[in-house]
Design a protein around this ligand. Structure first.
Ligand SMILES: [Zn+2]
Ligand SMILES: [Zn+2]
Length: 186
């Protein structure tokens, strides 16, 4: 159980580090970074699932092998199970943040936290499922009203005519220009 929990936590750290450094700080110099900047720049772009699986399977096999080597087969596998399940949970939560409206306090928080990263400050809020590592590494920001450029607005935020749905007016506004995903200095 300890190894499984460490695996869950381990994924949340990987989620933070991969997003912050491999995606953003790399500024488009690797495939993952280019895919991620595309996700920022377009209204509805997600890396195709088959490509994610093609990366995730060997990565998880490597985590399992390393875990077994360091902590024995049982603990190594439990760690990998926690890591892998949390990875899948992250994928689902992230996609739904863009495609579906929030249903409860956690979903509302997650969307605001992540969409501030998209539209407010892409150098903040690199964690998606938890604010833990943003707090540890001092990149956590608590947004006020989040300005969303109309051409990038999530389908759940606006009605058929493109107007902001009133139930989200306390959290979001339409119209601010996006901040570049690749600022010149940082
Ligand atoms: Zn996103
Ligand atoms: Zn990002």
């Amino acid at each position: 159980m300890v190894a499984f929990t460490l695996g869950v936590l381990g994924w949340t750290l990987a989620e933070y580090l991969l997003h912050r450094f491999l995606a953003h700080h790399a500024r488009g110099k690797n495939d993952f970074s280019r895919e991620h900047l595309r996700h920022h720049g377009r209204r509805h772009y997600f890396t195709p699932t088959r490509r994610k699986i093609a990366t995730a399977v060997p990565a998880l096999a490597a985590v399992a092998a390393l875990g077994a080597l360091l902590a024995g087969a049982a603990s190594g596998l439990a760690f990998t199970a926690g890591f892998g399940l949390m990875y899948v949970a992250y994928e689902v939560a992230h996609r739904r943040a863009h495609t579906h409206p929030p249903r409860g306090p956690y979903g509302r928080w997650l969307r605001r936290h992540h969409l501030h990263h998209h539209f407010g400050n892409p150098w903040s809020n690199h964690g998606v499922t938890t604010p833990l590592w943003d707090a540890v590494f001092r990149t956590l920001e608590h947004p006020g009203t989040i300005g969303v450029p109309p051409h990038l607005a999530m389908p759940w935020l606006v009605d058929e005519g493109g107007a902001l749905r009133p139930e989200h007016a306390a959290d979001y506004a339409l119209g601010r220009r996006p901040i570049a995903a690749k600022p010149a200095v940082h």
